[in-house]
Ligand binder design. Sequence first.
Ligand SMILES: NC(=O)c1ccc[n+]([C@@H]2O[C@H](COP(=O)([O-])OP(=O)(O)OC[C@H]3O[C@@H](n4cnc5c(N)ncnc54)[C@H](O)[C@@H]3O)[C@@H](O)[C@H]2O)c1
Ligand SMILES: [Zn+2]
Length: 367
Amino acid sequence: MKKLRVKLDKRSYDVLIGQNLLDKIGKLIKSRNTGNDIFIITDTKVASIYLDKVIKSFKNNGFVSIASGIIPEGEENKSWKNYEFLLHQLLDFDKNLDKNIVVICLGGGVVGDIGGFVAGTYRRGVHCIQVPTTLLSQVDSGIGGKTGINLGVVKNLVGMFYQPCLVIIDPLTLQTLDKREFRSGLAEVVKYGIIKDPSILSLLENHVNDLLSLSDMGLIEKIIQSSLNIKSRIVEQDERDEKDIRVVLNFGHTIGHAIESASKYKVYKHGEALSLGIMAAFEISSRLKILKDKNFQGRIENLLRNIGLPLKKNISCKNYAILESMKYDKKFQDGKNKFILPVKPGETKIKIGVDNKIIEDILKIKI
Ligand SMILES: NC(=O)c1ccc[n+]([C@@H]2O[C@H](COP(=O)([O-])OP(=O)(O)OC[C@H]3O[C@@H](n4cnc5c(N)ncnc54)[C@H](O)[C@@H]3O)[C@@H](O)[C@H]2O)c1
Ligand SMILES: [Zn+2]
C-alpha cells in the first residue's frame, strides 16, 4: 500500500493507494477512529457491484451502525433533488442527532462531489471519506475538497470546499469500469503531463495499450500516484482557488465544461469534453503565439487519438451554445474569460480575455 499526504494544516489527510483496499476498508477506518456510524453514499451502478463487499468489510470489523444513500448513476443526478434526498436519508439514520457519523463516498466524481457536499453541510459538517472508483476520480476529484452539485445546466454552481479526512483508492475497482470511462479519466492524466510533468506524457505514450488493457496494475498505480502528487502540491499552495495557482488544474476545462453543458451532459463524458477543450487550448495558444514548442500540439493530438479520445466535436453540439455556456464559467472575471494556455511541456500561461472571434473560429473549423 502506498501512502501520500495532502498537507493542509489541521485539515491534512492521507491518501491510501493499493490493490484490494476495498476489502480492507472496515479495518482501515476502524484504526483511524473517524466515527462509528457509517453512512455510505453511492450510485446504483457502483452499489450493484461493490456495496455488499464494503458493508461486509465494515461488519467484519465490528461496525454495527451502517446505512446507505443510493442515487441514480450519471452526471444529471448531481442535482439539488438528490442532495436533498441524501440529507433526508442521513437524517432518517441519525434520528436523535446523536450519531458520530462518517460519510463514505463510494463511487466516481458524481458521488464524490455530491457526497462531499452532503458531508460538509449536514449538521455543519461530519467526517467524510472519499473512496473513488473511476480513474477520473482516483487521479483527480477524490482529493482537493471541491464538492457540490449542478444547478440546472450550470455545472458545479452550488458547493463548498470540504476536505475529506481520508481517501482510499483501490485501483482494482477499475477492472469493472467501462472502457469509455477509463479513457475519459486518462484525459485528466494527460492534463497533468501537459501542465506540470512531461514524464507522464512519455509514460502514457509508451504504455497506452498496457494501460487500456489494465494488464499492468503497477503502471496504473504509478499514474494515479504521479497525478495525485501533482494535484496535492497545487492544492496545498492554493486550497481555495484564490491565488492563480490552483487555476492551472482548469487547463482544457474552459471550453471543455462549456461543451459538456452546451450538449446538456448527454453527448460527452467529462474527459471527452476535456480532450476537445485541450485541443482548443492548444489552438488558441498557437494563434496567440504563446505556444513555444512547435511539436507539442501534434504530440498531444496523437496521444489523445491513441487513447481513443475525441479530437473533433460532434455537430449536434452548437457553437453558439458553447459560447453562451462559457459565460457561466466560474473562472470568468469582470465579463472576461480566463484561459490556461500551453507554452511547452510542463509550462502554461494564464491569459485573460481571449477574443470570442478566435474561439468561434476554432470551434468552427478545428475541433
Ligand atoms: N471535485 C473535483 O475536484 C472534480 C474534479 C474533476 C471532476 N469532477 C466531477 O466529477 C464528475 C465526473 O466523474 P466521473 O467521470 O468519475 O463520473 P461518474 O461518477 O458519473 O462515474 C462514471 C460512471 O461509472 C460508474 N462507475 C463508477 N465506478 C465504477 C466502477 N468501479 N465500476 C463500474 N462502474 C463504475 C458510475 O456509476 C457512472 O455510471 C463530474 O461531475 C465532474 O464535475 C470533480
Ligand atoms: Zn476535469
